[in-house]
Design a protein around this ligand. Structure first.
Ligand code: ATP
Ligand code: MG
Length: 351
């Protein structure tokens, strides 16, 4: 049906990201609850219309592992994207509330994300397109920012859960124009980015596998894996919890990037990541991802061997060696997830 802003009653703010905010709304003519994402777009009317057209592909994304799409419309100066409301929220919110997530749940999350990604690639050939202004791979690290302008999609805040025990992914990049328009503000989310992409390589399906590996460790440990390096001479002590842009306190020194400065009228959430600048500490984290061994599910022996091996295979630093989501669906740990009778619905209703 035709979605109109005036038919949507705001109920509750669900959260804010770098690209905008998300509200729970009720579509009053039908009594349907939805999640409405409001994205402020600093772009010409022709570009906005292009974004809306591109978003229409989401109507055809029908999988139980993908958030369903109700529609999108312009509400100047915003674009509103209405999607299925997931009443248990995102997995980052869940682990921050209940602590580290049971490895049996993490295994079901891995299965759902791999199924969702495989669906997107195979059925719709949705590639998370690189923005048009990406420049040729730079020598690392002087202008990492060019690569930062593409968002990494798989991360705990983009994996949602509901009280039926369903796990679904959202915010995959169907609209190249949308990615281009909001890219500047996504610096803070780049920490799930694979080493090869930090170094300027093109996006491939294997980049999402890396992001999945990082996300799974984060869920199982209940903290972002790079936040507390075991390596004592590493300089990551600055990172408290996640690299959320909301980090309070004085700003670290900033490095000017080569990305062209764009005016940003959005409200800053803290660390100034606007205008294509990035902070020293983010640069250090990116260098750490490139230069240091990948994180692992630790301490050894705490988790099943199959879980450790699966995560290790997601986090192979060489993308040639890393498997695709489709191949990983055949992994023994994932096969176990399929036949497991773990009650996700009971779990989702236990908090
Ligand atoms: P980023 O902007 O860096 O990607 P993010 O994913 O946290 O970060 P948003 O995509 O704007 O930012 O989402 C904000 C929050 O809204 C999410 O963390 C999630 O908890 C909540 N949310 C998003 N979509 C839904 C939905 N369909 N149902 C329920 N909650 C949602
Ligand atoms: Mg999101």
């Amino acid at each position: 049906f035709d979605l109109r802003n005036e038919d949507l009653k705001d109920l509750q703010e669900l959260g804010q990201g770098n690209g905008g905010s998300v509200k729970k709304v009720e579509h009053t003519p039908t009594g349907t609850f939805m999640a409405k994402k409001i994205v402020l777009i600093d772009a010409k009317p022709s570009v906005r219309k292009q974004i809306l057209r591109e978003l229409q592909i989401m109507h055809d994304c029908k999988s139980k592992y993908i958030i369903s799409f109700w529609g999108a419309f312009l509400a100047d100066p915003n674009i509103c994207i209405c999607m299925e409301f997931m009443d248990k929220g995102s997995l980052d919110g869940i682990y921050k509330k209940i602590g580290p997530i049971d490895i049996d749940v993490v295994r079901q999350v891995a299965l759902a994300v791999l199924e969702g990604l495989t669906y997107l690639y195979d059925v719709h050939r949705i590639i998370h397109r690189a923005p048009l202004h990406v420049m040729p791979p730079p020598p690392v690290p002087p202008c990492i920012a060019n690569e930062l302008s593409q968002r990494a999609d798989i991360k705990p805040s983009n994996i949602l859960c509901n009280s039926r025990g369903e796990i679904k992914i959202c915010d995959f990049g169907v609209s190249g124009e949308l990615i281009n328009s909001i890219a500047d503000t996504f610096v803070g989310t780049s920490t799930y980015m694979s080493p090869e992409r930090i170094q300027g390589a093109q996006y491939t399906v294997k980049s999402d596998v890396w992001s999945l590996g990082i996300s799974l460790i984060e869920l199982a440990l209940g903290r972002f894996p790079f936040s507390e390096s075991s390596d004592s001479d590493s300089d990551l002590s600055d990172f408290e919890g996640t690299l959320s842009p909301a980090r309070p306190g004085p700003l670290p020194p900033r490095i000017k990037t080569q990305k062209k400065e764009k005016k940003d009228k959005r409200k800053s959430k803290g660390v100034s990541l606007q205008g294509g600048g990035m902070t020293m500490s983010i640069l250090e984290l990116l260098q750490h991802i490139v230069n240091e061994p990948a994180p692992r599910l630790t301490p050894e022996g705490r988790f099943p061997r199959e879980a450790e091996a699966f995560v290790d295979s997601c986090l192979l630093k060489d993308p040639e060696q890393r498997k695709t989501p489709k191949d990983l669906l055949k992994d023994i740990w994932i096969e176990q997830a399929r036949v497991s009778n773990f009650d996700l619905e009971a779990w989702a209703n236990s908090f």
